[in-house]
Design a protein around this ligand. Structure first.
Ligand code: AMW
Length: 498
């Protein structure tokens, strides 16, 4: 007979006692003004089939409670006790069986799912995977993916903690736009990311209403920091925070803290799964609650983006000047104040300090909002709105400059690929009525599907009440990048073919 303590049997037995709780928070609101979510907790093991059966059962049970979305923890696909098995068990997201099964569950039970960080197989580099959070709609479509930016590389010898995620994982390279879901706009993070307020603040500036941190927090750090950090992220960003969690012993080496929670924008813990497993709890999210908290304490209106750049994409931080009083005077973003001097770019002017190359008829400058690090723009000096408006000489010069700048960016960013694109006309996404070419350095696998860059390009400077676009960079950051590019340009050998 198999011992009952094997993870497989333990999980099966636990199903008999899945605990559930309905929490009703703002009973005065009409039902349509609320949405319902379930936050889940489980104890993943090395066996994928076992974990999938736990996930399936949780989805089946919680879907009876009229929830629109369910949140599962990091590593809900599996947790192995060694790197070799971890790499072997990883699957590509688009073709892997595990995500396929999650997509089917979402469809079958008509529920949105937040899954992972999952172990995403990196087909380009089998020695390292990505830790990827996947959002699946109730139609079974993958609507967003986010690769963990901050890897958990921590060693506390006296507490016998050693987890080095970077041994087998590559970090993601960008923040992704919050997902518009039936329960609100969801900003994506994963576990250790919750320690970095830069990420959550960037997401809330991008109009996240919910911050998610699917986690597998270690017991020791969880006991000390879990609730306080999550409540802080909720309070400072005035967002709901939903953090699904792993709990208990996964193997002889690893134990997770649990306490999957949903926290409201005032910082109150609405539900807490404690240390039970598997487990889910239902919470109601009330949009009006967000409005009340944000109105009564308008911290986002009080922020000083001129003083600190939140979306720090600067390439050479070592070149950033020391802070001085005078910097505050000049540190303004190019679209909030329009300098009277500089190059015309549609309705704004680009300060000379942000221009890094000028030819006879064309100029190149750094971007206010970058889709990828090193996203720069090339435009004709004369205000020509469309491609067809260029003279033959301008067109020649424009294209020659594009080629030169692409060469420069590939050199600086050590890549051989760039997305080079013109959105020509409003229906093609042009927002600035002055012809310009986007040059975006690319890295292998930087987007889960290569063409998703176009989705981010479409969104990065689209403003609406529900979507404010990416936060602008500070003038200091842009000037620093432009100065560096000017310098690098001098190192490019003159190519007579350009
Ligand atoms: W379009 O959507 O018109 O193809 O792209 C406009 C681009 O211009 C965006 O990438 C946006 O970030 C950039 N941009 C807008 N205003 C400025 C500015 N003042 N300085 C630099 N880049 C800007």
């Amino acid at each position: 007979m198999r011992r009952l303590s094997t993870p497989f049997l333990r999980n099966l037995l636990n199903f008999c006692v899945i605990k559930q709780q309905r929490i009703s928070i703002h009973t005065t609101m009409a039902t349509s003004d609320k949405s319902r979510i379930a936050v889940c907790q489980m104890t993943s093991v090395a066996d994928k089939a076992t974990n999938l059966s736990v996930v399936s059962q949780l989805v089946k049970d919680a879907s009876k409670e009229d929830v629109q979305m369910m949140f599962f923890p990091e590593a809900c696909d599996f947790i192995c006790d060694n790197i070799k098995d971890t790499l072997k068990s990883a699957e590509p997201l688009l073709t892997g069986e595990t995500v396929k099964a999650y997509r089917q569950l979402a469809k079958d039970y008509n529920v949105w799912l937040s899954m992972g960080g999952l172990h995403e197989k990196n087909e380009e580099d089998p020695s390292k995977l990505f830790n990827t959070h996947v959002i699946i709609s109730n139609k079974g479509e993958i609507v967003q993916t986010y690769r963990k930016l901050h890897l958990f590389d921590v060693e506390i010898p006296e507490k016998k903690i050693r987890l080095k995620e970077s041994d087998f994982c590559n970090p993601g390279s960008h923040i992704v736009t919050p997902v518009e879901s039936p329960v609100g706009n969801i900003g994506l993070g994963i576990c250790y990311d919750l320690r970095f307020p830069e990420l959550s603040t960037s997401l809330s500036i991008l109009n996240a209403q919910i911050l998610t941190y699917p986690s597998a927090f270690t017991y020791t750090t969880g006991e000390a920091h879990w609730h306080v950090l999550l409540r802080s992220r909720a309070i400072e960003n005035q967002c709901y925070v939903i953090a699904a969690a792993q709990v208990g012993n996964h193997n002889a080496k690893r134990r997770s803290y649990g306490h999957a929670v949903c926290i409201d924008p005032w910082g109150s813990v609405l539900v807490d799964c404690g240390e039970a497993s598997p487990m889910y709890m239902v919470a109601e999210l009330v949009p009006a609650r967000l409005g009340d908290v944000r109105r009564n304490m308008p911290v986002f209106q009080h922020r000083r983006p001129q003083v600190y750049s939140l979306y720090t994409l600067s390439l050479r931080k070592d070149l950033l000047p020391e802070h001085s009083e005078s910097q505050e005077d000049v540190a303004t973003t190019a679209d909030t104040k329009c300098p009277s001097e500089g190059r015309i770019f549609g309705h704004v002017r680009i300060p000379e300090s942000c221009v890094f190359y000028t030819s006879e008829l064309t100029y190149a400058f750094v971007n206010l909002r970058c889709v990828t690090p090193g996203h720069v723009l090339v435009a004709p000096i004369r205000l020509a709105e469309r491609n067809k408006d260029l003279t033959a000489e301008e067109a020649n010069d424009f294209y020659r400059t594009i080629r030169l700048v692409q060469m420069l960016m590939e050199r600086v960013h050590q890549t051989e690929s760039c997305t080079v694109t013109i959105q020509d006309g409003p229906d093609a996404g042009q927002t600035v009525r002055h012809l310009h070419c986007h040059i975006m350095p690319r890295k292998r696998g930087d987007f889960i599907q290569n063409d998703l860059i176009y989705l981010e390009l479409a969104k990065h400077d689209q403003f609406s009440s529900s979507h404010p676009g990416k936060p602008p960079r500070s003038l200091t950051e842009m000037e620093t990048e432009a100065a560096m590019l000017r310098q690098e340009l001098m190192n490019i050998p003159i190519n007579p073919n350009i």
